[in-house]
Design a protein around this ligand. Structure first.
Ligand code: AN7
Length: 401
C-alpha cells in the first residue's frame, strides 16, 4: 500500500495517478508506504536471492514485474587502492554488472513495470546515455515502444549502440541534456507517453535497493556511501531507502551520503561548499564523464537533504583525476568502469587525502556503469596494440619493446 506525496508541500496523490510533480506547487513527488504493513516481511528478505525484487514489499509494483534479474551486483573489497590510502575498509559496489551495464536497470525494472500497471502504451526519456540504454532494454522486454532523446554528439558509443540495437526510437537533439529533458517532459505531457527520467518517483524506488544490498552484503551499515552525481536521482533514492529502513527499525544509523561531481559540472558541490539554500544551475556543463555532464540536476532539492541530513559532503574532481582512477580500478583491482563511475572513488581519495574522511571509516563507493559503455574514451588514453609479424622472433622482439 502506498501513495505519492509532494516533497515540498506534502500534498498527497493516489497510486493510480499519472503524475510526476505536484499540481499545487510544482515540486517533485515521492512514494510513501504504509510501513506498519511492511514490517513483518523484512524478516523474510534474507531468504530471497540478492536482487531488486528481494525488497518487493518496499517497491510500488503490485503484480509480476518486467524483470531481467537486475541487482545482486558484486561488492568488491578495494585492497590495493585502499592500502594506498591507508584504508582497510574500502569497497566498490559494481553496478556495471546489471543487465544493460548500469544501475539504471534497477530503476527501469520498476518504472517500466509501473508504466504497464498504469495502462501506458509507450515510454520515453531524455538521457546522457545509460538511461536510454536501459529504457530500450526494458521497453523491449515489456514489448512496448521506447523513445529516447540524446544530446547530439555527447553520448558514449556503447550506450547509443544499445539504444539502437534494442529497438528504441533514438532522437539526437541539437542541445544539451538539460534541454533534451525539458523537451521530453513537454512531449510526454502532450502525447500521453510515460516519462521515465528521474522526475519519475517510481523509477527511483528501484534504485534505492543499491543501499539495501550494500547493508545486506556487508552485514552492517557503512559509515559512508559515495556516488557520482548528475541529476542526483541515485544518491537521493539511496538516502530515501535507508531512511525507510531506519523507520522500520532494520538499521539504527544512516551512512554519510557523499556526492562527487566533475569540476566542469558541479552545481551540487557548489551548493554544499557555499551552504546555499538551493542548487544554482550551471549554464554550460562540460566533462569527459559525459553521463554527469548536467547543469540543472532534477533532484536538486532532494540531494541537499540527503547530504545535509546525514552529515555527508560533496566534492569536485578533475577529468584527469577521474581518468587516473578509472585506470587504477582497471589495473590495480580488475574492476572495469566508465569514467563517471570512477569519479566516486576519485572523490573519496581526495577527501581522505584532505583529511575530511577518516582512514578508519568503512566506505562503499558506488561505481555506476561498465567500462565497455565508453570504448572511445578508453582507446584514446591507452597506447595502441603493438603490431607484430606472425613469427616467434618478432613476438619476442615485440614483448621486449
Ligand atoms: C554511469 O543516463 O543521467 O545522479 O541520462 O549514467 O542519478 O543522475 C545518467 C547518470 C552516474 C548520475 N553514473 O546519476 C542518464 C543519466 C552513471 C550515469 C550517473 C549517471 P544521477
Amino acid at each position: 500500500m502506498f501513495h505519492l506525496t509532494c516533497i515540498h508541500c506534502g500534498q498527497k496523490y493516489g497510486s493510480d495517478e499519472i503524475i510526476y510533480t505536484c499540481r499545487s506547487c510544482g515540486h517533485l513527488l515521492e512514494v510513501q508506504y504504509d510501513l506498519d504493513a511492511v514490517k513483518t516481511s523484512c524478516e523474510t528478505w534474507q531468504t530471497r536471492p540478492l536482487s531488486v525484487w528481494r525488497y518487493k514489499e518496499l517497491l510500488p509494483v503490485k503484480g509480476n514485474p518486467i524483470t531481467l534479474q537486475e541487482g545482486g551486483t558484486p561488492l568488491y573489497h578495494l585492497k590495493r587502492i585502499g592500502a594506498e590510502l591507508g584504508m582497510t575498509h574500502l569497497y566498490a559496489k559494481h553496478e556495471g554488472m546489471n543487465p544493460s551495464g548500469s544501475f539504471k536497470d534497477r530503476g527501469m525494472t520498476v518504472g517500466v513495470s509501473m508504466a504497464l500497471e498504469l495502462g501506458m502504451k509507450s515510454v520515453a526519456c531524455a538521457s546522457t546515455g545509460n538511461t536510454s540504454a536501459s529504457l530500450a532494454v526494458y521497453g523491449a522486454k515489456a514489448g512496448i515502444p521506447a523513445i529516447v532523446l540524446l544530446p547530439a554528439g555527447k553520448v558514449a558509443l556503447g550506450k547509443v549502440a544499445q539504444a539502437l540495437m534494442h529497438g528504441a526510437k533514438v532522437i539526437s537533439i541539437q542541445g544539451n541534456f538539460d534541454r533534451a529533458l525539458e523537451l521530453v517532459r513537454d512531449l510526454c505531457e502532450n502525447q500521453g507517453i510515460y516519462l521515465l527520467n528521474s522526475v519519475n518517483p517510481y523509477r527511483l524506488e528501484g534504485q534505492k535497493t543499491i543501499g539495501f544490498e550494500i547493508i545486506d552484503q556487508l552485514g552492517y551499515v557503512p559509515d559512508r556511501i559515495v556516488l557520482p552525481v548528475g541529476n542526483a536521482g541515485n544518491i537521493s533514492a539511496i538516502y530515501k531507502g535507508l531512511h525507510e529502513l531506519t523507520a522500520l527499525g532494520v538499521i539504527d544509523k544512516m551512512p554519510k551520503m557523499t556526492g562527487v561531481q566533475s569540476k566542469g559540472a558541479q552545481p551540487v558541490v557548489q551548493a554544499i561548499e557555499k551552504n546555499l539554500p538551493e542548487v544554482v544551475p550551471e549554464e554550460n556543463p562540460e566533462t569527459i564523464a559525459t553521463v554527469i555532464r548536467i547543469g540543472a540536476p532534477v533532484n536538486a532539492e532532494k540531494v541537499l537533504t540527503a547530504i545535509r541530513d546525514t552529515q555527508g559532503t560533496a566534492i569536485a574532481v578533475t577529468d584527469e583525476e577521474i581518468l587516473a582512477m578509472q585506470r587504477d580500478l582497471a589495473q590495480k583491482e580488475g574492476i572495469g568502469v566508465e569514467p563517471a563511475s570512477a569519479a566516486s572513488v576519485a572523490g573519496l581519495k581526495k577527501l581522505v587525502q584532505a583529511g575530511i574522511v577518516d582512514k578508519d571509516e568503512h566506505v562503499v563507493c558506488v561505481v555506476t556503469g561498465h567500462l565497455l559503455k565508453d570504448p572511445e574514451t578508453i582507446i584514446n588514453q591507452c597506447a595502441p596494440p603493438i603490431s607484430c609479424e606472425a613469427t616467434l622472433p618478432s613476438l619476442l622482439h615485440a614483448l621486449d619493446s
